[in-house]
Design a protein around this ligand. Structure first.
Ligand SMILES: [Zn+2]
Length: 509
């Protein structure tokens, strides 16, 4: 569970207006030098308990991550109720360098009412229920009492347990919320994000890599990105050797798969710095181990690692858009609100994969808006097409069925939106893209589009959805372009063009 280690459980009954607890989380360990004044101003704004926070008298707030982007400071907060963590109680306060609150993004739409913090179900019964959600269980992580404040539903006391093992969809790391009064499962959250990937490793050609030397031994460990290395998935040992020469161009070699994967991670880190001003994939100079050797036509991120599988010809699938996508899940995880919800997680990761591929400008894998074109995962070409999702059977246009669709299929409207925002309906050197409303959309370029997307992710809360991404991307375009509505209008036109309608209370320009 991504945020579990960050939560400070306050003793029940300590709720007080002044109990604003400043917490240094992992993301703040090496912060991207946030303005101290802006952070203090955000804390003061929170301490005043404005109505937009939907605070009950039992709520206290804990600051978590802080990100600085284009002159604004994004401070993310969690909430406790009578000392218990509130899932769905998070919010982001955006402050300018003058200390003024510019925007507040809040997950809850109403305050937590009166909720008893006394469980009627035993912890062991709740754990048994959580285990029952998986086919096989290899481990159980921590269990704790929480208040679940799902947007639009009454808040409930629950046990939150994370179990590891195998479920119907394969490998699983699942957080299960069990109602502490009735024993019913309230919600589950799968942390394993699967991209039926692409292949690479033999794709990126001859590349230079940043490696680590210890004595006379070199290893595929990045010297400056904390925790980034490439390993054999079977042994979890980082590839090493007496020379600094890696791989042989054969896609079935795990070491070659690692050459491609590490190259992608390092190119992406450079993109994050140059385009977004973000310090590494996790926002504080770090990333995760990449493990090549998963015996599936798949790749995934699970909150602790990236696993890379193979195509049906046995070649490891470490391409720019696949590894860029998986690391993109990690970036999504390590921005406020955690992994995006409501059918948006795969589109978010695809935008980051596309931006990584664009930034790398590798002649062996020319920049495009197909996903997995280099890998031919199962012998039928790309797995997704951002300019025309229907080519892979996904929806081009948003509808009420989108949020409930299979997560990769649900990426269609979001990918189409991103393409229209970046390239426009004419394609600007890429394929033309038809709109759902017959309109013509002018693009802003992928760098500006990615910047808008990323700054929208900084407004993300745990109640993310397509509708909220429309609001957040509009607000991001405003935040990034004081005094100009050009990009704002492009964001709006692109959402209209994929049939995601205007939302009540959305920004105007
Ligand atoms: Zn994915």
């Amino acid at each position: 569970m991504v945020r579990t280690p960050l939560v400070i459980a306050l003793a029940a009954g300590t709720a007080a207006a002044s109990a604003l607890v400043a917490v240094t989380g992992p993301a703040a360990a090496k912060p991207p030098t946030p303005s101290v004044d802006a952070v203090a101003a955000a804390d003061a704004a929170v301490q005043a308990r404005p109505s937009v926070l939907r605070a009950s008298k039992h709520d206290t707030f804990q600051r978590r991550q802080v990100y600085k982007s284009h002159g604004l400071t994004y401070a993310a907060y969690d909430r406790t109720y009578k000392g218990l963590p509130v899932k769905g109680g998070d919010f982001v306060v955006v402050t300018d360098d003058a200390g003024q609150t510019r925007y507040t993004s809040v997950a809850q739409s109403s305050p937590v009412g009166e909720v008893s913090t006394v469980a009627k179900v035993t912890e062991s019964a709740a754990i048994a229920t959580a285990r029952g959600q998986l086919t096989t269980v290899t481990g159980v992580e921590a269990t704790r009492l929480v208040v679940v404040a799902t947007d639009g539903a009454a808040a409930k006391l629950a046990y939150e347990t994370t179990v590891n093992g195998t479920g119907a969809e394969g490998v699983s790391r699942l957080t299960v919320d069990v109602d502490a009064s009735t024993g019913a499962v309230l919600a589950t959250e799968e942390h394993v994000t699967e991209a039926t990937g692409t292949g690479t490793g033999w794709i990126n050609g001859t590349v230079s890599l940043n490696t680590t030397q210890s004595g006379s031994t070199y290893s595929l460990k990045d010297p400056s990105i904390t925790n980034l290395s490439c390993q054999d998935a079977s042994t979890r040992v980082t590839f090493s050797g007496p020379d600094n020469v890696w791989g042989n161009g054969n896609g079935t070699s795990k070491e070659t798969g690692c050459v491609d994967a590490l190259y992608v991670a390092q190119k992406q880190k450079a993109m994050l710095t140059a385009w977004l001003g973000r310090n590494g994939q996790n926002g504080s100079g770090g990333a995760w181990p990449i493990r090549v050797g998963l015996n599936q036509q798949n790749a995934y991120y699970d909150g602790t690692q990236i696993q890379i599988g193979k195509n049906t010809a046995g070649r490891w699938i470490s391409s720019l858009d696949v590894v860029g996508h998986e690391l993109g899940h990690g970036i999504d995880d390590k921005t406020p609100g955690g992994i995006s919800k409501g059918g948006t997680q795969e589109f978010v990761a695809d935008t980051i994969g596309a931006a990584t591929e664009a930034y790398a400008a590798n002649a062996s894998d020319p920049f495009d808006y197909q996903v997995g074109e280099e890998v031919n995962l199962v012998g039928s070409g790309p797995i997704r097409y951002m300019y025309n999702p229907s080519l892979a059977g996904d929806a081009n246009c948003y509808s009420s069925s989108t949020p409930g669709s299979e997560v990769h299929s649900a990426a269609g409207p979001g990918n189409h939106w991103f393409y229209l925002l970046a390239q426009g309906s004419g394609g600007n050197g890429q394929p033309a893209s038809s709109t759902c409303n017959g309109s013509t959309v002018t693009g802003v370029g992928i760098q500006a589009a990615m910047k808008i997307m990323y700054n929208a992710m900084l407004l993300k809360t745990s109640s993310s959805s397509y509708a909220k991404y429309r609001v957040w991307t509009l607000q991001a375009a405003k935040n990034l372009n004081p005094g100009s509505c050009t990009q704002f209008n492009a964001v709006k036109a692109a959402w209209n063009a994929v049939s995601l309608p205007a939302q009540s209370g959305e920004p105007t320009c």
